[in-house]
Each structure stands twice: as C-alpha cells, then as structure tokens.
Design a protein around this ligand. Structure first.
Ligand code: ADP
Ligand code: MG
Length: 282
C-alpha cells in the first residue's frame, strides 16, 4: 500500500465523521475479524438516570444522595454525572480518588465515603445483601469505613443505531463481543438488545486488556471500541483502537480512530472504508 493512496482513505474518513490517526490504522483495520464494544457510553447513550435510591437503615434518601453526589462530582464517569446532577450544589470534598472500572471515594465531614460496584465496596470488608435478581441497571453501592449506607441504581438506554451497526458488522463477517465492567445481568440485557452473543461482564480495565489479548491469541485481529478511562488500555492493546468522540481524553489518546458521530454506524463505516481503501490500492 502506498502512503498517498492511504491518505485518500483518511480524507474520506474525515468526511464520514471519523478522524484517523495515520495510514497505519487503516492498514490494520482491513483484517479486523472481531470487534469488542464497551457498554456504557459506547453501545448505550451514557446519559444515565437515577432509577432508585435505597438507603440503609438509619440513613435517609436525601442524605444518601447528598453524600454520593458530593463524592461523585469530581468524576467524569457517566454514572457520576447522573448522580451529581441530582443535587444543585454538591458539597466540596477532599482526597478524591477514582478507581477506573470500580468506583470513587472522597472525604467530607470528616469521613471517607466510597461509591462503586460490589467488589469495590466488599473490599472494605462490608457484606452486600443479595440484590433483587430482576434488576437491570448499574448499582452504585455506598459505604463509609464503618458500614453500608445504601445503594443507588442508575440506567441508560441503548443507542438507536447500535443494533443495526452490530447486524451490519456480522454481515461483514466480523464477530461482536461485549466487554463491560458492569454486572452480568445488565450487560446481558444490553447485549441481547443489540444482538451480541459473546458477553464478558464484570471485567476490570486490566480484564478488558486480557480479553483483547485472549482473542488475539486465538489468531484473531481485534478492534476495540470504547469511551472511558477504563477502556484506554484495551483500546491501545487492540489491533485497531476506536474511541468515541464523546469519550474521555484517555480513550481518544489511546485510539487509532476517533468517531465524531454519536451513532455506531460510524464504526461500521470505518471498517468498510478501510476495506474499500485497500481494494483501490492493491
Ligand atoms: P463499562 O465497562 O460498562 O463502561 P466501567 O468499566 O466504566 O463500565 O465501570 C464498571 C463498573 O464500575 C460500573 O458499572 C460501576 O458499577 C462501577 N463504577 C465505575 N466508575 C464509577 C463511579 N464513578 N461511581 C460509581 N461506580 C462506578
Ligand atoms: Mg464506557
């Protein structure tokens, strides 16, 4: 492939709403056989709403929301933004720490409040009661160092373009995989809605890298599409890293391609474009 021919490909990509880092990206894209999708903010809109606020005994719903909004306010995660938006002015916190793919903690009023997934909060030594098994949504467990303070459930919706994009990728012979840090039930519900059979849920950012490597070890060329800080390492590991333009700086910096359109057909266009580009060169 000549660089000039590939530059034609990158130019057309810009018209289609994709920004391609360099000609090498397209060369690798042409043989992609597997495409791994992040869930939140990639297959889903990432605009989350609070579904329920469930304080523990002795805690009020107002108190729970106030605490979680304060510790989530500095976070750029879609879950954090939904919860922080529920109060007018989140209280200031100190010692904020975000643990990608797990949760956040910060100090306010002299105590440290942790908000995140089950393993994050269990890591503090708190036992989490079994959740209702009909639940579809991301559960934010909340605790301080002493005890569980309750949980907040948030959910978002699948992008209107997701199912059609997955169907088109399958038609092109590309196997879709869902890679999510979220719980199994929610990940499976989203996968079923968009037509993905291979679901890896509850995976940490390192786990996402491990799955990409596992697929590569099977001899497959892997694309990874994501938006979060938690996706950046997997995007960098993939043969073709694709970042959502709406995503975090970390994801965009790790990617070969940035999709400037919200809809996932842009991902299909990127793959199709790379094939077409090569066909005109060879
Ligand atoms: P996904 O892979 O679906 O985009 P992430 O890897 O970003 O999800 O997050 C995985 C899980 O970690 C979330 O479903 C949530 O339970 C928890 N989590 C991550 N960041 C936060 C946060 N800021 N607040 C609460 N929970 C979080
Ligand atoms: Mg995401």
């Amino acid at each position: 492939a000549t660089p000039s021919a590939l530059m034609v490909g990158t130019g057309r990509g810009a018209q289609l709403g994709t920004v391609i880092r360099g000609p090498q990206a397209l060369e690798r894209a042409r043989r992609v056989e597997t495409i791994a999708f992040d869930k939140t903010g990639t297959l889903t809109t990432g605009r989350m709403d609070i579904v329920s606020v469930e304080p523990a005994e002795g805690v009020t719903a107002d108190e729970l929301i106030r605490l979680v909004a304060a510790v989530e306010a500095p976070s750029e995660h879609p879950i954090a933004q939904a919860i922080a938006a529920a109060v007018e002015t989140p209280e200031p916190v100190t010692d904020f720490v975000a643990v990608p793919g797990r949760g956040v903690r910060a100090t306010l009023g002299g105590r440290t409040v942790h908000a995140g997934n089950a393993s994050f909060v269990e890591g503090l030594g708190h036992a989490i009661p079994a959740a209702g098994n009909d639940l579809v949504g991301s559960v934010v467990h909340v605790a301080d160092d002493e005890r569980l303070l309750g949980r907040i459930v948030v959910a978002d919706t699948v992008k209107p373009s997701a199912a059609a994009a997955v169907a088109e990728l399958k038609r092109l012979g590309i196997t879709p995989v869902l890679l999510s840090g979220d719980n199994e039930r929610t990940a499976r519900a989203v996968a079923a809605e968009v037509g993905i059979d291979d679901v890896r849920a509850g995976v940490t950012p390192e786990g996402k890298v491990a799955v990409v490597k596992e697929l590569q070890a099977q001899g497959r060329r892997v694309a990874m599409v994501g938006d979060g800080v938690n996706d950046a390492a997997a995007i960098a590991t993939a043969d073709l890293g694709i970042a959502m333009g709406t995503g975090t700086d970390a994801a965009i910096a790790a990617g070969d391609i940035t999709l400037m359109r919200h809809d996932l057909m842009a991902a299909v266009d990127a793959v199709r474009l790379s094939r077409a580009t090569l066909r005109t060169i060879v």
